[in-house]
Design a protein around this ligand. Structure first.
Ligand code: IMP
Ligand code: MG
Length: 179
């Protein structure tokens, strides 16, 4: 195991994230203010901290469910082939859905998940991503709410990993490879 060939430079502070999450939650609460049928769907595993902070700021009755799509494995490149590793527990037909993603990169994951959920006939299907890397996009997908737009850098922290490490950093940092 090699633990020493990269360093992490802070890109977005914990304080900036908290302020942005509060604003997003206010906008989302306003958007869904007439519903008592909201299901917040977190995409595992990268969104687990974001979703925990976001739902606590929502001024709405919410249910929380999770879905896990295949990830990069231990690489920093998307495989483009998306598989569902863990499906939702609940039915979503007629429900209002907010899909919460950590990062929209090429867009293949979100695109695949949205098509799948759409086929189950939710009443409304909206999306919120903490981070967006628009320069990397290979699909037409975009999230309805975005926390921060970032450049084409590999990031970790606040739930997001590199080879399963660094999810527990309280900030978002860019990985800089040193060898
Ligand atoms: P996409 O299918 O290419 O849009 O990739 C989306 C998923 O790849 C995200 O949900 C992340 O789990 C992962 N990913 C994309 N960029 C990064 C990154 O910079 N660091 C860690 N994971 C990333
Ligand atoms: Mg992910």
């Amino acid at each position: 195991m090699d633990h020493s060939n990269y360093v992490i430079d802070e890109m977005i502070s914990a304080k900036s994230i908290a302020a942005r999450v509060e604003t997003l939650a206010r906008e989302i609460s306003e958007h869904f203010k007439d519903t008592d049928k909201l299901v917040v769907v977190g995409l595992l595993r990268g969104s687990f901290i974001f979703i925990a902070d976001l739902v606590r700021e929502l001024d709405l009755p919410v249910e929380v469910d999770f879905l896990e799509a295949s990830s990069y494995g231990n690489s920093t490149e998307s495989s483009r082939e998306v598989r569902i590793l863990k499906d939702l527990r609940g039915e979503i037909e007629g429900r209002d859905i907010l899909v919460v993603e950590d990062i929209v990169d090429t867009g293949h994951t979100l695109d695949h998940v949205l098509h799948l959920l759409e086929s189950r006939k939710p009443a409304r299907l909206m999306t919120c991503a903490l981070l967006d890397k628009p320069s990397r996009r290979e699909t037409g997908v975009s999230a309805d709410w975005i926390g921060f737009e970032i450049p084409d850098e590999f990031v970790v922290g606040y739930g997001i990993d590199y080879a399963q490490r660094n999810r527990n950093l309280p900030y978002i940092g860019a990985v800089r490879f040193t060898s």
